[in-house]
Design a protein around this ligand. Structure first.
Ligand code: NAD
Length: 368
């Protein structure tokens, strides 16, 4: 009727899943199925050297299971490096529920998913992600305590987006310091793509500092409201890459840094909230470097939300979460220094630093 398949227990022969896991050294993948509730989910645990694997659950109508698997493997790996570079004692994990978030949700489905999370005994801690609401998480929480990022009304840390936006703002200021010699964004032309939960708060910070803001959102009404509130200009979604700007802030989707857009982009800095901005980490990181554009790595500067969620795990205050997030400024400057010294891309430098911490903590744990 129901099953938890730890693919580590399957035979390696004829099993492409394990081969896929080996590419980026994922520890464990759990496939979850329950006919009664219609649940089809995958939990991926990338690395738990630093601590339990924390990462949100995404509900999405994937075209097929392979697409869902690829997504959860990619996203969980990103969480490992985000936690590591931010100095958190967390590993990287993520879950995806395959289904339509408008029509296929039920209490039973989320409670069944909660039971699967519980079966991992805290090795994976879940949270909200795309397609999941606080109400859904309440159902998950009925079956497991390994849930974070809950609403304040349930004793949780609430919406992480303002903290994410603050970290992106800090990373952007560090990039300005590196590129222009001053971290002031006053008078700088900044284009924000996507003014949702994170983008709008970022616009608020930028407006306070006197930046000249252009914004775009496929939700035109939203774009107009935010622009009016903060004195910004609006362009349509397709014109974003042609705008005359100093700084491009992608705060909508991933993969917006690709062959086509990088050839168009005329800016000095890229610093935004979206995950996986580089379509190809190596190729497009290098293209930006060659073009003289300073890229503030996404997983480094958008970690504020994770810090906010982490405070539920470690029980520290909102003030402490803001302090850790403010330090993204210093970490970003340090990453630029490493990239310069080693003549590598900023993305590569951030990955190396994150990996080094995991390796050294891993060695420490082995020696204890
Ligand atoms: P959101 O859904 O609230 O906002 C995204 C906005 O982008 C929406 O207003 C949407 O209409 C707009 N958009 C979508 N496609 C667009 C396009 N092609 N052009 C212009 N606008 C477009 O999401 P959010 O919580 O603000 O997150 C923004 C990004 O940051 C996402 O990529 C998310 O994964 C990432 N992120 C968010 C957090 C967080 O704390 N919320 C943390 C880390 C990373």
């Amino acid at each position: 009727m129901e099953s938890v398949i730890d693919v580590k227990e399957m035979t390696v022969d004829n099993n492409p899943v394990i081969e896929k896991m080996a590419i980026n050294d994922h520890e464990q993948v759990v496939f979850c199925q329950d006919q009664a509730t219609g649940l089809k989910a995958i939990i991926a645990i990338h690395n738990t050297t630093l601590g339990p694997a924390l990462g949100g659950t995404r509900m999405w109508m994937y075209n097929n299971e392979l697409e869902a698997l690829n997504d959860v493997l990619r996203l969980s790996r990103g969480m490992t490096f985000k936690a590591s570079i931010t100095g958190l004692n967390l590993g990287g994990g993520k879950a995806v529920i395959i289904g339509d978030s408008y029509t296929q949700k039920s209490e039973a489905l989320f409670r069944r998913f909660g039971k699967f999370v519980e079966s991992l005994s805290g090795k994976y801690i879940t949270a909200e992600d795309v397609g999941i609401s606080p109400q859904d998480m309440e159902y998950v929480k009925m079956e497991t305590n390994h849930v974070s990022g809950l609403p304040v009304s349930l004793g949780g840390s609430g919406d992480p987006s303002p903290v994410t936006a603050y970290g992106v703002y800090m990373g952007m200021k560090a990039a300005a310091k590196e590129m222009f010699g001053s971290d002031s964004l006053g008078g700088k032309k900044v284009t924000v793509q996507g003014v949702g939960h994170v983008g709008e708060t970022l616009v608020k910070h930028l407006s306070k500092e006197g930046a000249i803001i252009t914004l775009a959102d496929i939700n035109v009404d939203r774009a107009n409201v935010v622009a009016k509130n903060y004195g910004a200009n609006v362009v349509d979604g397709n014109s974003v890459y042609d705008v005359d700007m100093d700084i491009y802030a992608p705060c909508a989707l991933g993969s917006t840094l690709n062959d086509e857009t990088i050839s168009k982009l005329n800016c000095s800095i890229i610093a935004g909230a979206a995950n996986n901005q580089l379509k190809d980490e190596v190729v497009h990181g290098k293209m930006l470097k060659d073009k003289g554009i300073l890229y503030a790595p996404d997983f480094l500067i958008n970690a504020g939300g994770l810090v906010n969620v982490y405070r539920e795990v470690e029980h520290f205050s909102q003030e402490r979460a803001m302090e850790i997030t403010e330090n993204i400024y210093n970490t970003t400057l340090a990453i630029f220094k490493t990239a310069n010294e080693e003549n590598i891309t900023t993305h590569q430098a951030a990955l190396e630093v994150a990996k080094r911490r995991i390796e050294s903590v891993g060695r420490l744990k082995m020696s204890l």
